[in-house]
Ligand binder design. Sequence first.
Ligand code: ACM
Ligand code: ZN
Length: 487
Amino acid sequence: VRWNKPVTLVAVSAEEIAVAELLKAHLEQKNISVTLQPETTARDFVKLEINSAAGSHPEGYRLTVNQNGIVIRAGTGAGLFYGVQSFIQLAGADARQIPFVEIEDQPRFSYRGLHLDVGRHMFPVDFIKKYIDLMARFKFNRFHWHLTEDQGWRIEIKKYPKLQQVAAHRNETVVGHAGKSKTYDGTPYGGYHTQDEIKSVVEYARKRFITIIPEIELPGHSQAALAAYPQLGCTGGPYQVATTWGVFENVYCAGKEETFIFLQGVLDEVLELFPSEYIHIGGDECPKTSWKKCKFCQARIKKEKLKDEHELQSYFIQRIEKYLNSKGRQIIGWDEILEGGLAPNATVMSWRGEAGGIEAAKKQHRVIMTPGNWCYFDHYQDTAANEPLAIGGYTPVHEVYSYEPVPPQLSPQQATYILGAQANLWTEYITTPAHAEYMAYPRACALAEVVWSDTKSKDYNTFINRLKANRWLLDDLGVNYAQHIFK
Ligand code: ACM
Ligand code: ZN
C-alpha cells in the first residue's frame, strides 16, 4: 500500500480513541493529515479495534494490511498500543511505506523493564518523558524509577520537608572515577521532582502502557535521608549527603520505631502518586557495621529473637512488606533480600548475577532478571580508549542480545516465576540526557527483543540488520545513540 492523504483513523471506544490519538500525532508529525472518526467509507483507513475475540493474551495484537485496508485488533488497550507501535515501524521513516502483512504477535515476558537512577544525577522531566517515549517505541512496559540515594533524595514528600531542603542537595561531587579520585568539584548539586511533576510523568507513562515502579531505598543507600533526619540513623549523626560514589555505612537504624514511622509516612505519599502494584524497596548493599554497634539494633535483635544482623535486615524488609501488603501492594527488592530470610511475598530483582533469581524462583517467588553482565547499561559498551568514563565492566550490544532470562537450572514450572528482565542505568558517571541516551541505546533495543520475542528466530546478525534498517526509529526522536554497531 502507498496511501494517499488524508488518512482516516477509525476508533470508537474511549480506549481505542486514546491509542488512535497517539498514532495520529505520529502521522501528523510526518506531515500526513489525519481524521479520527468512528466509521469510514474511505479507502485509506486504519481501524483500531479492541475486541476480546481478538485473542486472549493481555498484550497481544493482530495487524492486517491488505487491499481492503489496515486493521489493528487486540483484546486490550495495551495490545492495541503494541500493534500501533509495530505499524509505525512497518510504515517506515516517512510513514508512507505500508506492506501487505498479516501479523499475530505477543510478548514472551510480562515484565519488560528499563531503570533510571536519578539519585546520582537528575534529569529534566522532559527527558524522563522522552525516555518513556523510547521505551514505548520498543514495547517496554515497566519503568523502574530509582528516586532515592546516598547522594540525593529526588521525590517530594510533603510530610518531611527536610527531604527537600537538605536531602535533595549535596555540597559537591567527586571528579573522575570515585575508585581513584580524591578531587571534588566544589559545586553544589541537587534538586527534586515535585509531586505535580511526578503525577504528570505517571500519567504520561500510563497512556503509553508503561507502569512506573518507584524505588525508595531501604535500609541502605539512605545517607541523604539521614542527613535530613539524623535521628533515623544509629548514632544520631550528624550525616551529610554523600559527595562521592560507593556503599556507605550510614543506614536507617533498624532498632528505632521512629525509622518505621518515617518510612511509612514516606510510603503513604509514594502510594498516592504511583498506582503500580509493585513498589521497589531497594534492600541492596546495606553494610551492617552501624547495626552491630547500635544498642537499639541489638535490643531489636534480642527482642525479636533474631540470629544476627542479616536476620535484622530481613525483619526490616518484612515489616515494610507487611505494611505495603496491607495497602494492597507488593514489594520488589534487590537480591540481597534473600539474606536472612526472604519476605513471604517479595519479588526478587537479581542483579549480582542470576544466583539470587534462581534461588528465589526455586522458592516459588517471582523474579525479575537484571544480572550485571548483560543488563548493566552503565558498563562500557566498547573497548576503545575514547569511550566516556564509565563505572567499569564491558557489556556491548551483542552481550545484551545474547541474554537468556530463563536459566537452564530451572524446571519449566520454576521458570514461570521469571517475570522478565530489565536493564539498569546507574548514573554516577552519567550527567546529561545525551550521555544517558548514549549508554541506553541501542543496547535497550537488544534487550527489547530478548524480552519480547520468542527464541526460535533469535539471531544476532539478522537483529543487527533489522536494527540498521530501523535506526530511523531512534533518529526520529533525536536520540544520541551509540554508533559502534552502525559503523
Ligand atoms: C545495585 O546495582 N546496587 C542494585
Ligand atoms: Zn541502630
